[in-house]
Design a protein around this ligand. Structure first.
Ligand code: ADP
Ligand code: ADP
Length: 227
């Protein structure tokens, strides 16, 4: 059974220069445990689709069904709960808070839970160890390399144990060695059961994923296996 079903989703934005149809009747099914790449030229709708999938951006028409939940039929409070339970985001810029340590940055998503502070610290430390930064928990972001900052961002995205990780161009600003380390980490997380959806422009990243789909002008086209 599919973990995620995008059903005939259309998304239009109204702006100064009229209406933009960013997604046009898009349908897509994603199984639990997939590592999916979303490809397509700039402006084709990748970020919009990612935000719709992540419960951040209601479609103009159509539905998102995740784990049998009709996501955008939820009221705003339940939608926030849904995001907290299911979704981890890794942004292009790491968006770490500069005056918080790695550990404190990773603890941020736990702040809204009712878990005791000590337990939050233990959970954050555990995921930092998982991404290989166990000994650097008390460093500030500017005392970490770019790749290490990236791993902190991933640790923060997975600390809630979400079912799905969304990553928008996660290797975009990384050198090839650091990019490879990030993809290895994603692969390990994917093998432990996380579903990962990654926007990427980089053809080499396709060697790591289980499937790629291509968007052009708001229309989704599956890429054949041999491509
Ligand atoms: P991509 O991620 O592939 O670059 P986007 O999803 O960001 O594509 O954008 C798809 C189209 O929708 C583009 O024409 C973009 O300008 C437009 N768009 C995206 N977000 C907004 C918004 N918040 N308001 C108006 N137009 C938007
Ligand atoms: P990316 O490089 O991740 O595709 P984008 O430039 O597509 O980044 O989008 C960055 C942010 O700006 C997104 O939140 C998107 O919704 C918003 N955005 C993109 N295009 C427009 C637009 N034409 N008008 C308003 N917001 C936009």
């Amino acid at each position: 059974m599919s973990l995620i079903r995008v059903c005939a989703v259309t998304k239009t934005y109204k702006g100064g220069d009229g209406v933009v149809e960013a997604l046009k009747n898009v349908s897509l099914e994603i199984s639990e445990g997939e590592f999916l790449a979303l490809m397509g030229p700039s402006g084709s709708g990748k970020s919009t689709l990612l935000s719709v999938l992540g419960g951040l951006n209601p479609p103009t028409s159509g539905k998102l069904i995740t784990d049998d939940i009709d996501v955008y039929a939820l009221d705003s409070e339940r939608l926030a709960d849904f995001r907290h339970e299911y979704v981890g985001f890794v942004f292009q810029q790491y968006q770490l808070i500069p005056y918080l340590t790695a550990l404190e940055n990773v603890m941020l998503p736990l702040a809204i839970t009712s878990l005791p502070g000590k337990e939050q610290r233990v959970m954050a430390q555990t995921v930092l160890e998982k991404v290989g930064l166990g000994t650097k928990a008390f460093r500030l972001p500017n005392q970490l390399s770019g790749g290490e900052q990236n791993r902190v961002a991933i640790a923060r995205a997975i600390v809630n144990e979400p079912a799905i990780i969304f990553a928008d161009e996660p290797t975009g600003s990384l050198d090839s060695k650091t990019a490879r380390e990030l993809l290895e980490l994603f692969q390990t997380l994917n093998q432990s059961g996380l579903t990962i959806i990654m926007v990427t422009h980089n053809q080499e990243n396709l060697n790591w994923v289980s499937r790629s789909v291509y968007i052009h002008d708001g229309v989704l086209v599956p890429i054949p296996e041999e491509a």
